[in-house]
Ligand binder design. Structure first.
Ligand SMILES: Nc1ncnc2c1ncn2[C@@H]1O[C@H](COP(=O)(O)OP(=O)(O)OP(=O)(O)O)[C@@H](O)[C@H]1O
Length: 225
């Protein structure tokens, strides 16, 4: 699904990521940990094709990203749902409209997906909040809405940046349960987190791999249960 071969990244100053060699297989579940500033968000941005490696090779869905033009990158990106660290909602749109936004961006008529949106909102437990504005939502509601928006295009892979960072433990487990459910449906999951308890909880339910970023390099980490 995603292959890195000796890939690296620099924003133009110092090297942020180096010598990445990794294969993220379809249907796998990965966590990414590492100290603040280690490059986790940068690594996720590579995975969801917001950035391209500045060294080495990276392939997504067997397409070499260096050779992919803008249209191809846009099509590949539709296969990857993203839950951003700060959710990134449009404040003037309702929850429902925010969830439907990727459909509009892809040029689809969101009204034809009304039933899908209803199903999705009820799956994340937000059917009663669909007309609320983002500012009226709690942290946990925002995270679940962001997850609904990430899966509205039925992506193959979901990338989540600290999806439980600003919510309490119980709500974090609820978000994790949704991600595990998606994985059981065959979706590939990649989650950046500082929360080792979250990783332990996931590892008791699914086969989760843990990657650790240290000084811009990836290590496979063991997390004691
Ligand atoms: N757009 C950018 N331009 C230049 N440097 C950047 C940019 N974004 C991030 N960086 C730098 O890249 C390094 C890695 O940042 P990144 O956000 O990927 O780390 P992180 O591990 O996600 O951190 P955190 O856990 O605090 O979110 C940091 O030194 C940061 O200052």
């Amino acid at each position: 699904m995603i292959e890195f071969e000796q890939a690296g990244f620099s924003y133009g100053g110092g090297q942020i990521l180096s010598e990445l060699d990794l294969s993220i297989r379809p249907g796998s579940f990965h966590f990414l940990t590492g100290p603040s500033g280690a490059g986790k968000t940068t690594f996720l941005r590579l995975c969801y094709l917001d950035l391209k490696p500045t060294q080495g090779r990276m392939a997504v869905f067997e397409q070499d990203v260096a050779r992919a033009d803008r249209d191809r990158v846009a099509r590949l990106r539709q296969q990857i749902g993203v839950v951003h660290q700060d959710c990134q909602f449009l404040d003037h749109l309702s929850l429902r409209e925010n969830v439907a936004l990727p459909l509009q961006v892809a040029g689809r008529d969101a009204r034809r997906f009304d039933d899908d949106i209803d199903d999705l909102l009820s799956w994340v437990g937000l059917d009663a909040r669909s007309d609320a504005l983002p500012a009226e939502l709690s942290g946990g509601e925002r995270q679940r809405a962001a997850l609904a928006r990430a899966v509205i295009m039925a992506p193959e892979m979901i990338v989540a940046d600290e999806p439980t960072g600003n919510i309490d433990w119980e709500m974090g487990l609820r978000v994790l349960d949704l991600l595990i459910e998606l994985n059981r449906m065959g979706k590939t999951i990649l989650i950046a987190t500082h929360d080792l308890n979250l990783i332990r909880s996931a590892k008791s339910q699914v086969e989760a791999h843990v990657l650790r970023l240290r000084s811009g390099r990836l290590q496979q980490a063991e997390v004691a249960l």
